[in-house]
Design a protein around this ligand. Sequence first.
Ligand SMILES: C[S@@+](CC[C@H](N)C(=O)[O-])C[C@H]1O[C@@H](n2cnc3c(N)ncnc32)[C@H](O)[C@@H]1O
Length: 327
Amino acid sequence: MTDGLSLNEQGLTPLTEQPANRRHVQTGDLAMLFTSDYKRYVLHMHPEGVTHTHLGIYRHSALIGQPWGAAVQSQIGHAALLLQPSLTDLMKSLKRGTQIIYPKDAAYIVHRLSLHAGSRVIEAGTGSGGLTTALAWAVMPTGMVFTHEMRPDIHQVARENLARVALLPYVKMMLADIEDGFKANDVDAVFLDVREPWRYLPHVRAALRPGGFFASLLPTANQVIELLHGFDQHHFADVSVEELILRPYKASPSRFRPDDNLIGHTGYLIFARCIDPGEDMGRWQRPERQRYEARLRTEAEIAAEAQRRAIDIAAGGKKYPEMPLPD
Ligand SMILES: C[S@@+](CC[C@H](N)C(=O)[O-])C[C@H]1O[C@@H](n2cnc3c(N)ncnc32)[C@H](O)[C@@H]1O
């Protein structure tokens, strides 16, 4: 064992060296056994490898050389399909030390952070490495994810998870509290999945390239409000708050209908861009917010004027015409 990884994990071929268009399974490949009851086992092909499942044992020596998509048999005759795991399969296969970001949210985060091969992105906290998996998948082979986690036990779980899915070459894993700043700079994007992201906005500014992308996922509305105030103070604009609801269906032609279970809420997704610190934030707020804040200012001015007139009237009997009120 080195770095807490088994020899098996060290022998895994990095994902970019496993061309998706190859037709047959090779030693070093990441593969998946998909059973008829929709269970999935992600495995690393090794000539001496053996995968134990609830439907029996599958020897890798019998799987290597098979075409992708073939049905293979366990030692007690149960069939499983031999497939290349998708990104969703990889994310779902991770060992959990913490709650992970759902694939639906991860996919949209990658899109909104505008990540592509070659991007450099900071993340905190790493947690189990759920989102890290999606970020690394997006930026490989020439980009890098700089992920930060302050708990040593969770950091180790994530490290083993990323090694197991062959994405560790595209991730620098920092065992660090982001209270002390990030361990990378001049990055294209920063994503925070921590309880109080607004506290770290000065560090985000320091690490992001000018105009860079910021995003966070927060479970509660009061956290979102704190973060929105933080954007005003630290010069982040083009702000949006969104939520994704994914509705799964029963994929049965004879009984096609929505699934019985729907996950109601995973988190609010908040996005913003880091802008010039000399800018007047008032003019970069959303138009509806500018209108609302202008109205609040007018109401406050009217209330102050009404109070001043009331004092004048009480003091000397002065008369004023009626004041117009805002709509
Ligand atoms: C909800 S988990 C992140 C899950 C992750 N996004 C995933 O998809 O697997 C939040 C993590 O942030 C870490 N964390 C919280 N505050 C931190 C800080 N100041 N510095 C570094 N990590 C922190 C926690 O230890 C925890 O593991």
